[in-house]
Design a protein around this ligand. Structure first.
Ligand SMILES: C[S@@+](CC[C@H](N)C(=O)[O-])C[C@H]1O[C@@H](n2cnc3c(N)ncnc32)[C@H](O)[C@@H]1O
Length: 197
């Protein structure tokens, strides 16, 4: 008998439900578990291509909410007026300024699914992943309203505990989550910062 592969289950489920990526189930699980989203919120989604998270977020915040999604890769239109997408490099020096121009004002939730292209050299991949998560935390520090939330993917290991401590300084509570849709071999984990101080 063929070996059971959770990868296939979530891949098929995403196709069946018209979702662009299996990762949609990760944000869905985290959002439900911690009651992250509400109608009318303003959300920033970093590393948003092809748009699986955006589909879930749009559903959660409804037509009165607004979300901006950025990525190195272009995101196909989502067909809704309350979402903006842009091709941007979060590592660029002017990223925060450009993001603010695209989506001004305070933000209720900053989400980051940013992931570096892996090199296979563990320390390099860890350092790159943590750098990307750090940029997401900077955006949350600068733009998040008091009481806002933060969700960021990062690879487990290296400076993980130091990063968790950084998140704890900004948010009242910090959770570590490995959603069910995460591939078994993946070293990714999500840090969730609840209620910005
Ligand atoms: C796991 S994918 C995101 C999947 C997405 N959350 C979804 O549900 O469709 C990680 C993304 O991070 C993006 N990324 C990596 N480095 C980046 C950077 N420096 N600036 C912007 N995006 C970046 C990649 O292009 C990739 O699309």
């Amino acid at each position: 008998m063929a070996k059971y592969q959770p990868k296939d289950f979530f891949f098929r489920k995403a196709k069946d439900e018209g979702l662009r990526a299996r990762s949609a189930f990760k944000i869905d699980e985290i959002a439900k578990r911690f009651d992250i989203f509400e109608k009318g919120q303003s959300v920033v989604d970093l590393g948003a291509a092809p748009g699986g998270f955006l589909q879930i977020i749009l559903n959660e915040i409804g037509p009165t909410g607004f979300v901006v999604g950025v990525d190195l890769a272009a995101i196909k239109p989502l067909g809704k007026p309350n979402v903006k997408t842009a091709v941007m490099d979060v590592l660029a020096d002017d990223f925060a300024v450009k993001l603010e121009a695209l989506h001004p004002g305070p933000v209720d939730v900053v989400v980051s699914d940013l992931a570096p292209k892996t090199t296979g050299v563990k320390d390099v991949d860890l350092a790159r992943s943590h750098r990307l998560a750090g940029i997401a935390l900077d955006i949350s520090r600068a733009r998040g309203k008091p009481g806002s939330h933060f969700i960021a993917k990062l690879f487990m290991g290296g400076d993980f505990e130091a990063f968790r401590a950084d998140v704890k300084r900004v948010f009242s509570d910090v959770k570590v989550v490995r959603p069910d849709a995460t591939r078994q071999a993946s070293m990714e984990i999500y840090l969730v910062g609840l209620s910005k101080k």
